[in-house]
Design a protein around this ligand. Sequence first.
Ligand code: IVH
Length: 670
Amino acid sequence: MADHSIEQRIAALRREIRHHDHLYYTKDRPEISDAEYDRLFRELSELETAHPDLVTPDSPTQRVGAPPLDELTKVTHEKPMLSLDSITDQKDVLAFDARMKRELETDRIVYTAEPKFDGLSVELVYEQGRFVRGATRGDGMIGEDVTVNLRTIRTLPLQLHPEAAPPARLVVRGEVYMRLDEFQQLNRRMTERGEEAFANPRNAAAGSLRQLDSRITASRPLTVTCYDIMAVAGRSPATHWDELDALGAWGLPVPGQRKRCGSIEDVLSFQQTIDGMRDTLPFEIDGVVVKLDRRDWQDQLGSKSRSPRWAIAYKFAPRKEITVIQDIAVSVGRTGTLTPLALLKPVEVGGVTISRATLHNADEVARKDIRVGDTVKVERAGDVIPAIAERVPVAGEERQAPFVMPDHCPVCGSAVAREGAYYYCTGQTLCVAQLKGAIEHFASKSALNIDGLGKKTVAQLVDAGMVKDLADLYSLTKEQLLTLDGFADRSASLLMHSVERSKAVSLERLLMGLGIRQVGQHIARVLAKQFGTLPRVMAATQEEFLGVREIGPEISASLASFFSEARNRAVIDRLVDRGLTVAAPPADSSAGGRLLSGKTFVFTGGLAGYSRDQAKQLVEQQGGTVSSSVSKKTAYVVTGTDPGSKLDQARKLGVQILTEGEFTALVTPA
Ligand code: IVH
């Protein structure tokens, strides 16, 4: 690779990793498997090792995690909450042992091995034996204060055992997770209530702990296990083993299965024992953690930027189960891509029932030689989208014909075109599947952010013929909405309101929302900054796009082709006709919109007309800022239904309190 293309690859990987970090850490809704993420991360690490001059302080390899959300109060950790290097091969465990021996100049090393709990890690602070504060890991340096939520966890002692003379101050690290049976019950309850089920116990635990309303947390079956002393007043135990014993004696839950290993062979056999128990354990674990037992040796070896040198996560191979492919369906995505999907005889893989698995694309199906009726191994590496690992040949079986991609779109019947391994429907938004996808994308949070316009509603609007393109959204009437399933007066008004609100949109969000191939949030921002107005973007030539930093040949071709299509231009024109007003990107000196400059807002309780994100956006559009806690510097506290303690705080400090109506009047002046 030439230097130039290495730089580009590094930039692309960082962007992608940051994006997935955000989905995983902040949203609790990952889109790729851990294995895929690890691959991206490894490629970036390797490129950076080979080209140390290209390492920048903001690279994902240079920090411990991802940034916390705005809403919960931030807390700086006692010391950085590191991550662990992970390995899956036995030979890497042996290499770890060899390195320890070399660096410590000894061949007698004791390790402690314990399960690696698959949840989210927390910092717990005890003072005078009392639980006083707890935080999520966040980016490793700064986490979120979830003290009240942690207090709701039954296995977390609020008071340490006084008879065991706990230290005056103790900071421990542990893992919050959900038992499998309780996870399944919770998901059943959520589905019954029409709420979306969690993809796996880890997401359920994270989603439950990071709640603004601790009553919700209290209703969720969380549990915790502690495995590390981060700080302690007085003498600290000399070994990790003693440390766990001490934690246990003080009343904290510690790993039940653990082993003090006098050799690396002992570690390997412990790993095998635990792997064998994996299916009978009531909670998910994804490996074992191997730690140097002596703490003075831990200190001597220290840590790298993300992880300690003295410990390693020895991860299990992904779980696999055998089942049969009942059919291969083909789904059509937002941009028309056809994806083959295996419909499986339902099978339980690690506590989660799986009935479909993605086959990615036609090449993949051919490579794995997968056909209807085949027996296959499905795997789920603790992640969301299960995949087919391999076909299991069965002696004497009679196989069906190989799978072929349809030459017409299964949804709209348009011709299917091919681009490398990918097949796509040429029907564009004449294809109902693409139209639905396009509208969902347009309405999504990071685009036009039309609250209340979810998948189900979009499907109904399209199926009823009320919306044939994006612009039709802006001619919907309340009467039309009332004819749809699940709509009553209030919900119809709310949706009308959010459609109306979305008419004032930034150029960046609009460009993101149009669903131009290869144009995500980042590129949309780059374009908005560069061109400033919609007409200028629409008038740009392919060469002009290519001239923009960060925009390469593929993206510029996609942009040029999108804007050269009469149909797309017509939809944009109609959007503008129907009242969409596109705001220029916030230049620092931009005129207007500085009404609330320097004013800080705090929200408490639910708002009827806006999501928190929308409210925040409105404040920011006018130059104000939003904070999560009330102080003397707060200009306004906006109260909705069920306001919390922030309202009392506002009264106490004499901060001006606004109703939702007053807020609306303030941010949208006539
Ligand atoms: S020790 C400095 N022990 O695994 C040592 N971590 O990939 C810090 N985890 O973020 C970690 N079980 O959330 C340790 N028995 C265990 C663990 C454990 C689960 C998690 C932890 C960490 C991740 C590392």
